[in-house]
Design a protein around this ligand. Structure first.
Ligand code: DGL
Length: 257
């Protein structure tokens, strides 16, 4: 059965992949991390669109049946273009995160944490107009996680630096609008306090994937052990070492794309 393809700039999209692998245990999966061009979130809108299309094309060449854009930066700049261009279904991480956030907040005051490009795009803010949104770009969070420093004291220091404007803002939820950020959720939670619920889109995205495959009659009918394949554009060994720290399934091989 054809695989599902996912991409991100690095290990962040694995937070989506691990939920999909749990929720859909018979689906073959292909993950592509465009690590040679990471971080994506500090690039220009044109470059983000170009890299996103190239990443999608790479996965299309692997003959995937569904594309998941496991990157908020790519979603906020290129989702409509991908949906228009590709002959297969395309799902992103934006809509699931937004609906979870809307369901979670009672105070209607929320934080939106994302890359500089995601925040600057204004796409999330437009869809959250019924709420009081505090958008904060946290550009150092991605390199921190890509260096495996999520539990290092420097992570707490940087989180405090970025998130201090939220003090006293009365927020009760924060959307982690970057797939790398759930890897820092312990330190983010500590910084914003226990009254703030952190929202990440992984579980809802996995449910969306199930419904989409079901609707298109694309679910794998065989209960066989699936294959999960990994490709990167940068250093395969660095990716494998890092991914092993939190990805709950074996990663035998990472290939250079
Ligand atoms: N993980 C990506 C996202 O969700 C982008 C990280 C990066 O800046 O490369 O936005």
């Amino acid at each position: 059965m054809l695989p599902i393809g996912l991409f991100d700039s690095g290990v962040g999209g694995l937070t989506i992949l691990r939920e999909i692998a749990r929720a859909l245990p018979y689906e073959n999966l292909i993950y592509f991390g465009d690590t040679a061009r990471l971080p994506l979130g500090d690039k220009s809108p044109d470059a983000i669109v170009r890299f996103t299309l190239e990443n999608a094309k790479f996965l299309m060449r692997q003959n995937i049946k569904l594309l998941i854009v496991a990157c908020h930066t790519a979603c906020s700049h290129a989702m409509e273009i991908l949906e228009h261009l590709l002959p297969i279904p395309v799902l992103g991480v934006m809509a699931p995160g937004i609906s979870d956030l809307l369901a979670a907040t009672k105070s209607k005051r929320v934080a939106l944490l994302g890359t500089a490009a995601t925040i600057a795009s204004g796409v999330f803010q437009t869809q959250l107009q019924t709420l009081q949104v505090y958008p904060i770009a946290c550009p150092l969070f991605v390199p921190l996680t890509e260096e495996g420093l999520q539990n290092h004291p420097v992570a707490a220091y940087i989180a405090k630096y970025y998130l201090s404007p939220l003090q006293g803002a009365g927020i009760d939820a924060a959307l982690l609008a970057c797939t790398h950020y759930p890897l820092l959720s312990a330190v983010i939670q500590q910084t914003v306090g226990p009254e703030v619920q952190l929202i990440e889109p992984a579980c809802s995205t996995a449910q969306e994937v199930f419904h989409c495959l079901n609707r298109h009659n694309l679910l794998n009918p065989k209960n066989t052990i699936p294959e999960i394949r990994f490709f990167v554009s940068g250093d395969p060994e660095k990716f494998r070492r890092l991914a092993k720290m939190f990805f709950p399934f074996p990663i035998k091989k990472v290939q250079l794309a």
